[in-house]
Design a protein around this ligand. Structure first.
Ligand SMILES: Cc1ncc(COP(=O)(O)O)c(C=O)c1O
Length: 404
């Protein structure tokens, strides 16, 4: 008898040793590298090292004052309970009204399910759509967590690369070729993380016409620059699952508030999933959400105005350092750069920049194989931090490439 077996037999009755079996599809969930880098940077900071943080998608501006006030008042007046699992009726009305105004397409509040962040909405949508072995087509580079949600639900992510030279427009023919009888969804973000690309109406129409549910992540809607305009999947079909939330344009990441606007046929199941998995979003947080939607327009406008020059500063500065940026981001708050002049291994490079330059960035491999050799820089950071990061990177680049 092996030593291990003996120990199990001895202690099992006392409950001391229980073998944890993690199924293969859960072990396949990869670490979220942006978080890994942030956590390592924070460890360094605890050791007294100053790090410039450009790795995480955390806006540096404040939430709408009305949202803070509504949240505090709700807490003060005892609004600390469960709500209707689908969200407070007033919030669902406000979300539907906001999306109707933004898209020009009438959204029925009955199609809105409020969640504790966009991430739980994503989990429920993939949970609803996938059985083990089903496939989800994901144009790539993509938000790091999409494939992991799919894996968690027993599905298989199928990446379809997007060409930077085409502005990261989703290649509809390539998506069509990737479809199989097991395909249950196509996921697209617009504006996208990490590329900042916005998909055209024609592309979204073509994707919606492929006969597979479209899951459209619109969390960066509103954070666009120049003349760019976002087309919502809601303008094209009432059969898409539209994901959105308050984290980015209202800088309410820690509130954990999001939603999905779903096809009618999915609503009852989503309600049941929400009742079981999460019960409801926090009541006082939902009150903050209503106030943000009703009075937070100025926050979005101010964010856009202040992000635009920082976007320019970072793009120009990184280009001067030798990073390639074949297409400038139209939305969100990231610059996705080709760093292959420095290294083909984006994780090793991100770790080196953290260790040697004390600048935290996200390795491109986090966003799929199409992102290998690239890095993502977030410019929703104070301008002084961006300048300091560029100065540190310049010193690092001079040392890394003495001949440059
Ligand atoms: C594209 C995208 N979708 C969803 C999320 C998750 O958002 P939330 O904070 O609402 O869960 C993020 C966060 O970075 C994101 O970039």
């Amino acid at each position: 008898m092996s030593c291990e077996r003996l120990l199990v037999d001895m202690y099992q009755p006392c409950g001391y040793l229980a073998r944890v079996h993690i199924p293969a599809h859960i072990r396949a969930v990869q670490p979220f590298l942006a978080m890994e880098l942030m956590e390592r940077a924070q460890e360094m900071e605890r050791g007294g090292i100053h790090v410039v943080h450009l790795e995480i998608g955390e806006p540096d501006f404040e939430p709408p004052p009305a949202a803070l006030q509504a949240c505090a008042e709700a807490l003060g007046s005892g609004q600390t309970n469960y709500t209707d699992s689908r969200g407070l009726p007033e919030l669902r009305d406000a979300i539907a009204a906001d999306k109707t105004r933004r898209t020009g397409s009438s959204v029925d509040p009955a199609r809105v399910i409020v969640t504790s962040g966009t991430s739980p909405a994503m989990l429920m949508v993939f949970g609803l759509l996938l059985a083990p072995g089903d496939e989800v087509v994901i144009p790539s580079p993509h938000y790091a967590c999409y494939p992991n949600f799919v894996r968690f639900c027993g599905g298989t992510p199928v990446a379809v690369p997007c060409d930077p030279a085409a502005g990261y427009a989703v290649d509809v023919d390539a998506v069509r070729s990737a479809l199989t009888p097991r395909t249950r969804a196509i996921v697209v973000g617009t504006p996208a993380n990490p590329t900042g690309a916005i998909q055209s109406r024609e592309t979204l129409e073509a994707l919606a016409s492929l006969g597979v549910p479209l899951v459209c992540d619109e969390i960066y809607d509103g954070l666009v620059y120049g003349d760019a305009r976002v087309t919502s999947a809601l303008e094209i079909t009432d059969q898409a699952f539209v994901l959105d939330g308050f984290s980015k344009r209202y800088a309410m990441t820690g509130f954990r508030l999001g939603y999905v606007i779903a096809p009618e046929a999915a609503l009852r199941t989503l309600q049941s999933l929400q009742q079981n998995l999460f019960i409801s979003a926090s009541e006082f947080v939902q009150r903050a959400g209503i106030a943000a939607l009703e009075q937070g327009g100025a926050t979005i406008e101010a964010a856009r105005a202040s992000l635009a020059p920082r976007r320019r500063l970072l793009i120009d500065g990184l280009r001067q350092l030798g990073f390639e940026i074949p297409v400038e981001p139209e939305g969100a708050f990231y610059v996705f750069v080709d760093a292959r002049a420095f290294s083909g291994d984006s994780l090793a490079l991100a770790n080196e920049l953290l260790d040697r330059a004390h600048v935290a960035v996200t390795p491109g491999i986090d966003f799929g194989a199409a992102g290998e050799g690239w890095l993502r820089f977030c410019y929703a950071a104070p301008e002084a931090d961006l300048r300091e990061a560029l100065a540190r990177l310049s010193r690092w680049a001079a040392a890394a490439r003495p001949s440059a």
